[in-house]
Design a protein. Structure first.
Lengths: 258, 431
């Protein structure tokens, strides 16, 4: 990779997309460089989660025009599992409960899918357990979670921690965390933030999708973008988040329609 | 002439042609009983979804001896590959190896006897009152009677390996097993049902259980017949006071399969648990009819079946519980959940309750659904391929009932059997 493509890990250019006939993204452009932490903020319905789902490859959304490039490759050509194996991770706003599928089994299968894709040796049971315990202690998670069904009966906070655990295990190149802060009490928020911060790395980019500035008190972003009506209407540094917190989203809406 | 009509004249001549033995009287009675019924027609409510036309066709060809074509030997394999630790009794094409049976008999503890029906001086009362059971008895080569004396417990499961290896096609074969437990006795059975050989085979199986007071039976039936074969099975149990029955069933094979499980709760405090799972793809048709008949109370019955259908498969579940007037204190629960893996598969489910007593606790629930696309996407977003995600979710769906099956010694084999089937359903053209 050249320095230039390294810098631009993810490049979204003029993306227009929606569900059925409903347009949600209206020419969205965004560039995320390697090692950067971006926060995407915006009111409900501005298209934040749609953007996250499209990057992960959800087939409910149709892209009408525009491009999404990841490490110089056309991301839109890849199936969701291929994107994951290439190093894209989506932390879900509402992680799915999958009773009967063991948490450890999924973690191991996910990790091995990635390793296999990279031509590396699959992890053995012993190494896996060692790694999982290490990451769990980082997130203050009870190792008992490994033997439970995926998110089965987990509280909201436990589900979000579990997402971060998966992220920690998979060590993605690009992590998109969709409203990871929603529904968390302050202790859970701190634990999740601690986990995310521990994963900050020059080779890993993180996109935080959030409605509130609160999360950004604990995870400090390099860039903040404001999304409104499917487009980025303002970009800035972390001070933009503080400004939003003080003024609310109305002034953005006014600015966008002006 | 509708398709279900069996050639009774040929049947009578074949039955009367069987050399005289201890079962001759039974066959004649059964023949008379069958003459009244014939094969069930789809006009009968219980057979609404399942036509035995193809079974009648195979039987007619076989009875008339017209199409006795040799087929390359393709044997159903012996049960040793199951790894299930059991004392096996092998039934080949409806025939019983009497010598092997007597050797096993010597080995088993006092209080347990396993005898061929043909060796008995007087037969137990065998059920021949419906179409399938009378057809079965009329053409029976031999059967097996298992008696467990009062207070005797058998630790190791007794295995029935039903191996239909017809080297000619068409072929027709029957299995009949009677199990009686004395007061306080306990035994467990695993029934492995396999077939190889020619494309046209119709087989019937009738297993009758008489559970004495406070006795316990675990029974697990694993049906893995060749996917061109037609099979009907009946499992009929009568439970005396305090008796406990745990019945489990897995169906993965067969072209057309009909299973009837009929449990009579005849004594107070009896408990019957009927669990099962059926897996069908391609053109498979699998019909499970369950019936819990609560004659007295308090007593408890549980029906918990799960089904998975792919390809163009069709599955039917009919679970019925009847609570008779003297069965106050009955506790009956029925549950049937189904998963459709393809748009062309079909599942018809019908839980039924008839209650004629007061003070009963009855519940039923049935669902037919598809895999949750949100879960599929979640797993794919973690790097699992689509098929792998579907397999994982389907396995989890089935695991719910597999975990409740009796006979722990068979658990590993059941997992393998199901895994193999799911692989072919999901990996192949099935889904």
């Amino acid at each position: 990779m050249t320095d230039e493509t390294m810098k631009k890990l993810l490049e979204i250019d003029n993306l227009v997309a929606g569900i059925g006939d409903t347009r949600i993204l209206n020419g969205l452009s965004l560039t995320v460089g390697s090692g950067e932490v971006h926060a995407i903020m915006g009111p409900n319905g501005s298209g934040k989660s749609t953007l996250a789902q499209i990057i992960a490859g959800h087939d409910a959304y149709t892209v009408t025009s525009g491009t999404v490039t990841f490490c110089g490759r056309n991301l839109l050509d890849l199936a969701p599992e291929e994107r994951a194996r290439e190093g894209i991770f989506l932390g879900f706003q509402y992680p799915v409960e999958i009773p009967g599928v063991n948490n450890a089994y999924l973690l191991k299968a996910a990790l091995n899918a990635r390793l296999k894709h990279e031509g590396k040796k699959e992890i053995d049971a012993f190494e896996f357990m060692k790694l999982a315990r290490e990451k769990m202690s980082l997130l203050d998670m009870d190792p008992g979670f490994l033997n439970r069904g995926v998110n089965e009966g987990f509280s909201g906070g436990e589900k979000k921690r579990n997402e971060i655990l998966q992220m920690a295990m998979l060590e993605p190149r690009l992590a998109i965390l969709d409203e990871t802060d929603s529904g968390l009490d302050i202790d859970a928020l701190k634990a999740v933030a601690k986990g995310v911060n521990s994963l900050r790395h020059p080779d890993r980019s993180i996109v935080l999708v959030t409605h509130y500035q609160r999360l950004l008190d604990y995870i400090e972003p390099d860039h903040v973008h404001v999304l409104s009506k499917g487009r980025i209407v303002r970009s800035g540094d972390k001070s933009l988040a503080t400004e939003l917190e003080e003024k609310g989203y109305d002034w953005i809406r006014e600015a966008a329609s002006a | 002439m509708t398709a279900e009509i069996l050639d009774q004249v040929s049947l009578r001549s074949v039955v009367t042609g069987i050399p005289q033995d201890a079962l001759s009287g039974l066959r004649r009675h059964a023949l008379d009983s069958f003459a009244k019924h014939g094969f069930p027609s789809t006009r009968e409510e219980d057979w609404h979804y399942t036509s035995l036309g193809i079974a009648a066709e195979i039987s007619n060809d076989w009875l008339q001896g017209s199409a006795g074509e040799d087929v390359p030997e393709h044997a159903a394999s012996a049960p040793t590959d199951t790894g299930i630790d059991a004392d096996w009794i092998v039934v080949t094409d409806g025939g019983i190896d009497r010598q092997a049976l007597s050797l096993l008999n010597e080995r088993l503890s006092d209080g347990v006897s396993i005898l061929p029906l043909s060796a008995l001086s007087s037969l137990p009362d065998l059920y021949i009152d419906d179409s399938i059971a009378s057809f079965n008895a009329a053409l029976l080569r031999d059967g097996i009677l298992v008696r467990v004396a009062p207070g005797v417990s058998i630790e190791r499961p007794i295995g029935f390996a039903i191996l239909d290896q017809a080297h000619s096609s068409p072929a027709v074969s029957q299995v009949r097993i009677v199990i009686e437990t004395g007061q306080g006795a306990a035994a467990s059975f695993v029934y492995v049902d396999r077939s190889g050989g020619g494309p046209k085979r119709f087989s019937t199986s009738v297993v009758e259980l008489l559970l004495g007071p406070d006795s316990a039976i675990d029974f697990l039936r694993l049906q893995e017949r060749a996917e061109s074969h037609v099979h009907t099975s009946q499992f009929r149990a009568s439970l005396d006071a305090g008796a406990v029955l745990q019945h489990g069933a897995i169906d993965v094979g067969g072209r057309l399969v009909r299973n009837d499980v009929h449990v009579k709760l005849a004594g107070p405090r009896a408990r019957a648990s009927l669990c099962g799972a059926y897996f069908a793809d391609g053109q498979q048709h699998v019909d499970n009819h369950l019936f819990a008949d609560h004659l007295v109370g308090p007593a408890e019955s549980r029906q918990d079946y799960r089904g998975i259908a792919a390809g163009r498969a069709r599955c039917i579940f009919n679970g019925k519980a009847v609570v008779r007037p003297h069965a106050g204190g009955t506790d009956a629960v029925q549950s049937n959940h189904n998963l459709l893996l393809s748009e062309n598969a079909e599942i018809d489910t019908k839980p039924e309750l008839e209650i004629y007593a007061d003070d009963v606790k009855c519940a039923h629930g049935a669902t037919v659904g598809q895999l949750d696309e949100k879960s599929v996407f979640y797993l794919r977003s973690r790097g699992l391929g689509r098929d792998e995600a579907i397999l994982l979710l389907t396995r989890a769906f089935a695991a719910n009932v597999l975990g409740t099956l009796p006979i722990p010694a068979a658990r590993q084999y059941v997992d393998r059997l199901v895994e193999r089937k799911l692989d072919s359903m999901i990996g192949g053209s099935g889904a």
